[in-house]
Design a protein around this ligand. Structure first.
Ligand SMILES: [Zn+2]
Length: 208
């Protein structure tokens, strides 16, 4: 099962991905995690990415694509994967399709976790993130349950920046919904419900 996850920041994609990983043994490929890991081990791509990040610039598409490609070739991604945070725009989606075709693979589903913008704003402004491992939890959790690291509010999750992130999502990433609908692999789920209810629908959509 090869899946692309779609949805606004804060829609709960990571939580659903985790559940799919546990049940179906898919490789969870998050570009945020990939970038952090590459920088940490100082791989060639990691060092290139770090130069952009240190300069406060966006890591270029091609570099991200190379990282994803390298990750898709790893052993644990052969039986299936979930892409989270990639593709972020239609150009990346087109590139992904051609890279997969070159590997004689294809996408089975683009799963959209749909949540209304006002709900997203509420969710994100109460979100805290682990400084060490990137785990997220609602405000009130001060110590990371996964690694014991310190939980803090990312600048990205402050109300003044959330609207900007949603605007970027609307202009760049939302067109992907139409792209995948056009390829007849779009599956939509209402993400504004308890996690387990959302997952029950996700599971039904992906296994039918
Ligand atoms: Zn942690």
């Amino acid at each position: 099962m090869n899946i692309v996850l779609l949805g606004a920041p804060g829609a709960g994609k990571g939580t659903q991905a985790q559940k799919l990983v546990e049940e179906f043994g898919l490789a969870h490929i998050s570009t945020g995690d990939l970038l952090r890991a590459a920088v940490k081990v100082q791989s060639e791509l990691g060092l290139q990415a770090k130069a952009y990040m240190d300069a406060g610039k966006l890591v270029p598409d091609q570099l991200v694509i190379n990282l994803v490609k390298e990750r898709l070739e790893a052993d644990d991604a052969q039986s299936g994967f979930i892409l989270d945070g990639f593709p972020r725009n239609t150009a990346q989606a087109v590139t992904l399709d051609s890279e997969l075709a070159a590997m004689e693979r294809n996408l089975d589903a683009a799963l959209l976790v749909d949540v209304k913008p006002d709900v997203i704003v509420k969710r994100l402004s109460s979100r805290r993130t682990c400084r060490s491992c990137g785990y997220t939890a609602p405000a009130g959790v001060d110590v990371c349950p996964r690694c014991g690291g310190e939980m803090y509010q990312r600048d990205d999750d402050k109300p003044e920046t959330i609207q900007k992130r949603l605007d970027v999502y609307q202009t760049q990433t939302a067109p992907l919904i139409e792209y995948y609908r056009g390829h007849s692999i779009l599956k939509e789920v209402d993400g504004d419900r308890p996690v387990d209810e959302v997952y029950a629908d996700v599971r039904a959509l992906l296994t039918k």
